[in-house]
Write a protein that binds this ligand. Structure first.
Ligand code: 3PG
Length: 211
């Protein structure tokens, strides 16, 4: 099993992709790599997602993850397509159990202290905070970190290039997730140059903020 804390915590960013053409998967991976990121979360929200995941997972330089994993059968399909980690918007014991069975780490979503406790009861200490901006932003991460100092958060949902530093500077934030650098309209337009530019700006922001 991969060391999720190291793999995601190093770059501190998880680009969340909604992709509707597998033909864009390889150039997307190239664009992210050029921007300095070697991981991607492909959300299982489109018909092309599994094929796109398969294409990206074939690239040994990229750590491919699957997002929006809601059911056990999606865990199996994503792992078969090469996903090395799985992300859910909420906490599903069924998904978590299937991830364990498949030997693949899972990042469930939480929005409350109750859900953090549920994650801990399942032996999970890395959680996605979703939808981060809508439920109060970095302040929520700080508040949840007080009773749960062992938990590392991946806030996602409504985060922008402008709000990124506010999340990165929270010590319990492992990585920040979001689609702003790989926005569906950029992908649909095949604007990979812009994706590389936004990615490298985000990478630089994380570095600068952590200094
Ligand atoms: C997710 O699934 O993590 C979110 O859709 C990403 O949220 P964002 O598009 O607001 O960054």
């Amino acid at each position: 099993m991969i060391d999720l804390a190291a793999e995601l915590g190093g770059p501190g960013l998880v680009p969340v992709v909604v992709i509707d053409s597998a033909a864009r998967a390889a150039p997307l991976a190239d664009a992210l790599r050029s921007g300095g990121l070697l991981t991607v979360e492909v959300t299982l929200r489109t018909g092309a997602a599994l094929e796109a995941l398969r294409v990206i997972a074939e690239d040994p330089t990229i750590l491919a993850g699957a997002g929006t994993v809601l059911r056990a059968d999606q865990v199996k399909a994503a792992v078969a397509a090469g996903a090395r980690y799985l992300v859910s918007p909420g906490f599903s014991p069924t998904v978590v159990k299937e991830c364990e069975a498949q030997g693949v780490p899972c990042i469930p979503g939480v929005a409350t202290a109750t859900e953090v406790q549920t994650a801990l009861e399942h032996g999970i200490e890395i959680v996605k905070l979703f939808p981060a901006a809508a439920i109060g932003g970095p302040g929520v991460v700080r508040a949840l970190s007080a009773p749960f100092p062992q938990v590392r958060f991946v806030p996602t949902g409504g985060i922008t290039a402008a709000s990124l530093p506010d999340y990165v500077e929270v010590p319990s934030v492992l990585a920040v997730g979001g689609s702003w650098m790989v926005a569906p309209d950029l992908l649909a337009a095949g604007d990979f140059e812009r994706i590389t530019q936004l990615t490298s700006e985000a990478v630089a922001t994380v570095r600068r903020t952590r200094e």
